[in-house]
Design a protein around this ligand. Sequence first.
Ligand code: ATP
Length: 334
Amino acid sequence: MSTSSAGGSDSSPAAISAVGLRKSYGDKTVLDGIDLRIPVGSVFALLGANGAGKTTTVQILSTLISADGGRVEVAGHDLAAAPQRVRAAIGVTGQFSAVDGLITGEENMLLMADLHHLPKADGRRVAAELLDRFDLTAAAKKPASTYSGGMKRRLDIAMTLVGSPRVIFLDEPTTGLDPRSRHTMWQIIRALVADGVTVFLTTQYLEEADQLADRIAVLHHGRIAAEGSAEELKRLVPGGHVRLRFTDPHTYHQAATALRETTRDDKALTLHIPSAGSQRELRALLDWLDAAGVEADELTVHTPDLDDVFFALTGETSEVNEANHTNETRESVR
Ligand code: ATP
């Protein structure tokens, strides 16, 4: 790819590059000038709230719908000039499964092999290999309608891989899956990348982006609000805090008065004290609480994570997320 190609002059080759991507539906602007550059063999995660335009982006980059403006190259081909070449190089697994439930898993695979014009013997070999790789051999002869959600998703990806795509779009690949199936899907995605495949992923799960993606972009109001590695994005939000939770309103108000340098949430009876969470800081904090006669019912150390980045960038808050943070350590004050 030349240095004049869409996406800039970075020396590593880009699997996907877009400059000034725009799309509107009626008077609603969904994409308002998006720039992307995704190096070959990396995982890129596009994050955004419901309706942010993630699926629209995937649909444009995978030739399913056309953009109103902008320039895109996928796998070295100009999207507008050579959509067939782009199509031949990519695989797409959408939010809605391409699996036909009325036929077996194996038949779904052979159908894909036919669509890719593979000779019969090659089609059977590739189908058998992929069914084996995705742990679907035992279920291969059963109708796909009898498969669990996780099995269907695995079959969907296996079908996408029949054409040996170098760039794969996965639109919310783990939505609705249980934790075990989600982890299996993550292993599958990591294995694809180890083979040199480039993965463009959309997700609403920040943990998923944290686990898988080399680069993450947050889509908000039609623009990329921030882009970087998980660590870079986490550095965008203020540092961590210690959260003290009380059950008794009287104790809470006493503590809130005694501890002035805190952010208070009178409804949730919690106090947030800025802290990086180091052992030294925590010891000093506990001494300070002792000296002030404060006894919280729960003390939680909270380091910034992608949820914080997402909520800081999109201006949304969530009590539920506060409760679900995975990088908290919990202990009783006393
Ligand atoms: P979700 O996480 O809910 O799937 P998303 O980020 O993928 O959301 P899109 O599906 O890309 O969002 O939709 C972006 C916006 O464009 C939404 O407001 C949606 O209603 C609108 N939109 C999408 N497709 C069409 C269409 N064919 N006609 C009109 N509006 C559309």
